[in-house]
Design a protein around this ligand. Structure first.
Ligand SMILES: Cc1ncc(COP(=O)(O)O)c(C=O)c1O
Length: 389
């Protein structure tokens, strides 16, 4: 059959994510100089309007680089070579955090969690107990483990860190900030980082960092060598000049202002509720098709759902969705490669988008030889949706 989708493509990866038209329009406006008063107004607006999204009382600072740079910045600004750190590793991105620390010569104690499960407060408490006597400088955690679709109980983990140690609590929020509630003070988080291309509805290219008072003190005191990723430079440039230390991705920051306006218009609590609804619809639909979910309901991420099909190889489903329906989803990473597929549902994503993927999945499974279950997944998802209408 001819191409039914014209030039339309449907992006459901857990980053990058679709960009709203009005954000694209904001990014296409004429360039401004980054040492101009216009830019100072722009960066201040973004830094302050993002504060509720990061649950912080300090302005949120932007780096022009990808999420991994923010992870690296979080390491080199808080722990020095030879110091001790704990890293919770529950998937590919926890592993990345640990690998960065190891590369900088930090004594890295990996708390390995089975992939597909969250780290429980008890597991962290027991691990820290075993390390008692070791001067742990920081505990690193992944808020939302994108590789498995698990949301870690960050509030409870933060409480354990504070109760058991004097360590900083440093959180990779790359695939959930902009979709989940967070309160840096109440959650005991000292540094929280994310990037632009996920729930914040922007193209790749920006990383964001937010601090607690302790976090700010720690980056000032950290002796580790760094230059581009020296967060003190970003704090100073912002405080003294409402600017950035190096040439920033001005257009992306202009897009970020538009994103902030969209979040304000929708209402931050509604943004969070929408993501919960998207998660519940997606899980109900997938279950309706008899496909096993990788994670439990308690651990399930509101931004990405991982599915572990038994009868049809996950990569076959991923390829068929792309070929026949113009839908891009993600596969598994590292030890889950070939075993799962992952559907992103964050940022510029609506309940109709969830129905789109689910209906394509119904058709795809039938095409790949399963007993047709047309309308089954979408009906289950609509039943979740109608409770919110
Ligand atoms: C949780 C998490 N941390 C870090 C990263 C790395 O971000 P980037 O690919 O922008 O460097 C990702 C990317 O998917 C992620 O999902």
């Amino acid at each position: 059959m001819s191409n039914l989708f014209l030039d339309q493509t449907y992006l459901f990866t857990p980053g990058p994510t679709p960009i709203p038209n009005r954000v694209n329009a904001a990014m296409a406006r004429p360039m401004i100089g980054h040492r101009s008063p216009d830019f100072s107004v722009l960066i201040e607006e973004v830094a302050t309007k993002l504060m509720p999204v990061f649950g912080t009382k300090h302005p949120v600072l932007a780096l022009t680089s990808s999420g991994t740079s923010a992870l690296e910045a979080a390491v080199v600004n808080t722990v020095a070579a030879g110091e001790h750190a704990v890293v919770i590793v529950a998937g590919s991105f926890g592993d990345r955090f640990a690998t960065i620390a190891e590369n900088y010569g930090v004594h890295t104690h990996r708390l390995n969690i089975e992939w597909g499960k969250s780290c429980s407060p008890d597991e962290l408490a027991a691990f820290l107990d075993k390390l008692s006597g070791t001067p742990v400088k920081a505990v690193f955690a992944t808020f939302n483990e994108t590789s498995t679709g698990v949301l870690n109980p960050i509030h409870e983990l933060g409480k354990v860190v504070r109760k058991k140690t004097d360590a900083l609590f440093i959180v990779d929020g790359v695939s959930c900030i902009g979709a989940v509630p967070v309160d840096m003070e109440a959650d005991q988080i000292d540094l929280l980082v994310t990037s632009s291309q996920k729930a914040l509805m922007l193209p790749p290219g920006l990383a964001f960092v937010s601090f607690s008072d302790r976090g700010l003190e720690a980056i000032k005191a950290c002796p580790e060598r760094r230059f581009y990723l020296d967060l003190n430079r970003y704090v100073k440039a912002y405080e003294e000049q409402k600017s950035t230390p190096f040439t920033p991705a001005v257009s992306l920051i202009a897009g970020a202002r538009e994103v902030c306006t969209m979040i304000e218009e929708e209402g931050w609590n509604h943004v969070v509720e929408r993501h919960t609804l998207l998660r519940d619809m997606m899980r109900a639909g997938i279950r309706g098709l008899g496909l096993p979910l990788l994670t439990s309901d308690e651990d399930a991420s509101p931004t990405v759902t991982a599915v572990q099909p038994e009868d049809i190889p996950a990569p076959d489903i991923q390829k068929a969705l792309k070929k026949d329906f113009s839908i891009t989803i993600a596969g598994g990473q590292k030890k889950l490669k070939g075993k799962i597929f992952r559907i992103g549902h964050m940022g510029y994503c609506t309940p109709f988008d969830v129905l789109k993927v689910l209906s394509a999945l119904e058709l795809t499974l039938a095409k790949l030889g399963q007993e047709p279950q047309l309308g089954v997944a979408t009906k289950k998802a609509e039943k979740v949706w109608i409770q919110h209408v």
